[in-house]
Design a protein around this ligand. Structure first.
Ligand code: ATP
Ligand code: MG
Length: 326
């Protein structure tokens, strides 16, 4: 089921609670698709990266080759926030009167730890990766534990509304300064009021700000369109067959749906094997009870159950063996 899902899409997100197997399942899916001849990029958006542990090698914020046809990268939240803050600060400083520059800096310094900052920065990087990775047939995103992810998915909408607002204000300010400029020219004050080449400088500055804002707007709009295109993009929820994960999956599904995201399928991972006795048999019965609730609410979704293996899944060989069950 997972390989069919991946074969028909260009972008797949894997999300779910902590420790359920998002990294393992997404990496195994990516590797299996690469083995099938696709050019695949595997991206970890989780601040607590574990792609590196899984492949037992260092993976940074730029793509590295993990296997034939498979590249991997880990978005670096610190660096992402830094870059994002610098861009936004530069844009704001250009938009505000010079005497408020120190205020802008102070505000942005406080924003560094503001709730949502990391998500916004990571979202911008996801948008960038989705936009710039046209050489890949498939991009697989291994996301951070849920809650986070659903908010992230709703963000493109918010972010493009935010940049839209800024652009509108900018346009108003532009019209205002155009009037000022022509007034100054009429009264032959231009050069004195703004200094030598001031008019050109102002125009240049304006167009740079607009370009920056428009680029961000397009990037978020692009991501929103990509996410909304259910033929291209899907979300797979990974969960364990326990009561709370099942309840949270039902909630996550509703949140994703509200954000316009197509939940392409469910993976119930680490299921206890069949045919056991005593404690394990009883536990498996419990799983069936919880999964009945899942079927009741989300029965129309495709579902794949994966059994708990005796050993951890590690490295390219381990992932290949794991993907045999897909
Ligand atoms: N079906 C399975 N059988 C045995 N071990 C598994 C299975 N699936 C995952 N694991 C193991 O469980 C551990 C957690 O898996 P993984 O790192 O993929 O979870 P995660 O959802 O990405 O966690 P996090 O939320 O911390 O990112 C790993 O040690 C992995 O090898
Ligand atoms: Mg993980």
């Amino acid at each position: 089921m997972l390989l069919e899902l991946a074969a028909n899409r260009r972008i797949l997100f894997f999300g779910g609670k902590g420790g359920v197997g998002k990294t393992t399942v997404s990496a195994a899916t990516a590797l299996a698709m690469a083995d099938a001849g696709k050019n695949v990029l595997l991206v970890s958006t989780d601040p607590a990266h574990n792609l590196g542990h899984l492949f037992d090698r260092k993976i940074g914020p730029s793509p590295v080759r993990l296997a034939p046809g498979l590249d991997g990268m880990e978005l670096d939240p610190e660096q992402t926030v830094e870059q994002h803050l610098q861009e936004v600060t530069a844009a704001l400083r250009r938009m505000m009167p010079i005497h408020l520059a120190a205020e802008v800096d102070k505000h942005m310094e406080l924003s560094r730890d503001a709730p949502g900052m990391q998500e916004a920065a990571i979202l911008e990087r996801i948008a960038e990766v989705a936009e710039q990775s046209s050489s890949y047939d498939l991009i697989v995103f291994d996301t951070a534990p849920s809650g986070h992810t659903a908010r992230l998915m709703a963000l493109p909408e918010m972010m493009s509304a935010w940049t839209d607002g800024l652009i509108k204000r900018r346009e108003k300010a532009d019209r205002f300064s155009a009037v000022l400029n022509s007034l100054a020219k009429d009264t032959d004050m231009g050069d004195k009021a703004f200094g030598g080449d001031a008019e050109n400088l102002v125009e240049d500055r304006e167009s740079r700000i607009r370009r920056l804002l428009n680029r961000r707007k397009q990037r978020f709009a692009g991501l929103r369109d990509t996410i909304a295109d259910h033929k291209k993009t899907g979300f797979v929820i990974v969960l364990a067959a326990e009561r709370l994960p099942v309840l949270e999956t039902i909630e996550l599904y509703a949140q994703l749906k509200r954000a316009g995201v197509d939940v392409a399928g469910l993976v119930v991972n680490k299921r206890l094997p069949e045919g056991m006795q005593g404690f394990l048999a009883e536990r498996r019965m419990q799983e069936e009870i919880h999964l009945a609730m899942l079927s009741d609410k989300l029965g129309r979704l495709q579902r794949k159950d994966l059994t708990l293996a005796a050993h951890d899944v590690l490295g390219v060989d381990g992932l290949r063996a794991f993907a045999q069950k897909f």
